[in-house]
Design a protein around this ligand. Structure first.
Ligand code: GLN
Length: 258
């Protein structure tokens, strides 16, 4: 019996020492000392994408950098699929996720969110000659979306809940693939966030965005549930960056008003 207690005590001690060395910085806020690891999906222009040199750029990247600077941390970008980026923050393999992430009740059940820093709008993209003129025309149409996004989740909901039914919605790995499916006639429209929609319509001929918006949402930064210390520190930095106009300046740099 005593022997077991001794072994157990040793094991607990070893584990806590291990955790102490590797899983917190001086303030105990982030996974790696001195670093702020942001998981993202750099296929969502102009919030996150790569430039011609392969560097990460975009609204989220610059806001994250400004937050990291304020906290005295080095920003590390971890690029992956959108769903993986959410899960990384949830499971604590990244410190936070920034990927044009919409705050939703389902997500709030599994992760914590910062205050909102931008508004997202879900829009409908159709071919220029489409007979779809408003979201009311979408019943029975094939709808392309990006897997795991609110566009996918809400569109595949039942008609009674404002959706169009799962059978009518196809989820693609990223927005660009959904746009290609639209151009190949595999879907009749794409529901996606307005900011990337504007970019996709600019770079792909023959498409337009319907004037009637589908949904308005809030973008925020996601954290593992209970990581209040980091969330509070980020919120404080974010509030300062909003108050002094930095956030708006970054948004204006990437999104020019029409
Ligand atoms: N705003 C949408 C969501 O959170 C899409 C985000 C994205 O594709 N990066 O689901």
């Amino acid at each position: 019996m005593k022997k077991w207690i001794a072994i157990l005590t040793a094991a607990v001690l070893a584990l806590s020492l291990f955790a102490g060395c590797t899983s917190s910085d001086s303030k105990g806020m982030t996974i790696e000392k001195g670093k702020l690891i942001m998981s993202t999906n750099a296929e969502f222009p102009p919030y996150e994408m790569t430039d011609d040199n392969g560097s990460y750029v975009g609204i989220d990247i610059e806001i994250a950098k400004a937050i990291a600077d304020k906290l005295g941390l080095e920003l590390v970008i971890d690029d992956m699929g959108f769903v993986a980026a959410l899960e990384a923050a949830q499971q604590g393999s990244s410190d936070m996720v920034m990927a044009g992430v919409t705050v939703s009740p389902d997500r709030q059940a599994v992760m914590d969110f910062s205050d909102s820093y931008a508004t997202g709008v879900q829009v409908v993209i159709v071919p220029e000659d489409s007979d779809i003129t408003s979201p009311d025309d979408l019943e029975g149409k094939k709808i392309g979306t990006q897997l795991g996004t609110t566009g996918y989740i809400y569109a595949s909901d039942t008609p009674g809940n404002g959706g169009y039914g799962e059978a009518n919605v196809i989820g693609y790995n990223n927005g660009i693939t959904a746009i290609q499916a639209l151009q190949n006639g595999q879907v009749d429209c794409v529901i996606i966030d307005n900011a990337p929609a504007q970019e996709f319509v600019k770079t792909n001929k023959g498409l337009k965005i319907l004037e009637t918006e589908w949904l308005t949402e809030d973008y925020a930064i996601g954290f593992a549930k209970g990581n209040t210390e980091l969330k509070d520190a980020v919120n404080k930095a974010l509030a300062e960056l909003i108050a002094d106009g930095t956030v708006q300046k970054i948004i204006d740099k990437y999104i020019t008003a029409e």
